[in-house]
Design a protein around this ligand. Structure first.
Ligand code: C5P
Length: 227
């Protein structure tokens, strides 16, 4: 059976990765969390003092970008690909609220996007891939055979994200999480380079009132129609 590219875009915490992961597993496809790559660059920027609460040295970060290597390595016991920044597993570190607070700023930098998009396109060279993010159907794979645009109400998104962070053991306030989700969505959809917009040929799914199984079934139906 021929393999396709499935692009799943949408706002923060709309549950893109949960369903994308399941779908990739079911189809025997590669799953790529493109947000993890932007988070890894952000962690690099934080660790090297290019960004903090009081300053953002864009030029310094751009100059140092050639020192950033991002890889995914499959962890068999977790049945999940983890992110490595310069050969160090950073899977846990990149998910903190601190990284979330800077990631959308770092993601506005065209040089950062250029480098990551190039790497993402290589990963999809042989198709058979499910990638989630903000610009996958519009910029990374404009010719993807199936494009999904996920939406959910602001409250649903913040609740999901809060739950996720609490389950990881992070001590966070719900209001703080809500604020971060809203701010990121605003920056991501208003930036100049590759803003988050629904691709013309994307199918929109509002999953505020859908279970994970319902989302999976719906997308699988669309995949089967495409194949
Ligand atoms: O998907 P996740 O919420 O982990 O993404 C973190 C951030 O990375 C987003 O808020 C956005 O700023 C950036 N991002 C992006 N383009 C992508 C994926 C993520 O700009 N394709």
């Amino acid at each position: 059976m021929s393999k396709i590219i499935i692009a799943i875009d949408g706002f923060s915490s709309t549950g893109k990765s949960t369903v994308a992961k399941q779908l990739a597993k079911h189809l025997g496809y590669i799953y790529v969390d493109s947000g993890a790559m932007y988070r890894a660059v952000t962690l690099f920027a934080m660790q090297n003092n290019f960004v903090d609460d009081s300053h953002f040295d864009i030029e310094g970060l751009v100059t140092a970008l050639h020192n950033v290597s991002i890889r995914f390595k499959f962890n068999e016991s977790l049945d999940f690909s983890e992110v490595y920044l310069n050969d160090k597993n950073v899977e846990k570190e990149i998910r903190t609220l601190e990284v979330s607070n800077f990631v959308s700023q770092v993601s506005t930098i065209p040089e950062v996007r250029y480098q990551l998009v190039k790497q993402q396109q290589l990963m999809g060279k042989y198709k058979g891939i499910v990638m989630d993010g903000r610009d996958i159907g519009t910029v990374v794979f404009p010719d993807a055979e199936l494009k999904i645009f996920m939406t959910a109400s602001a409250e649903t998104k913040a609740k999901r994200r809060y739950q996720e962070l609490v389950e990881r053991g992070d001590e966070v306030e719900y209001d703080e999480v809500l604020k971060n989700v809203q701010e990121r969505d605003y920056i991501d959809s208003h930036r100049e380079d590759s803003p988050l917009v629904k691709a013309k040929d994307a199918i929109e799914i509002d999953n505020s009132n859908m279970t994970i199984q319902e989302q999976f079934d719906k997308i699988l139906q669309l995949v089967n129609k495409t194949l």
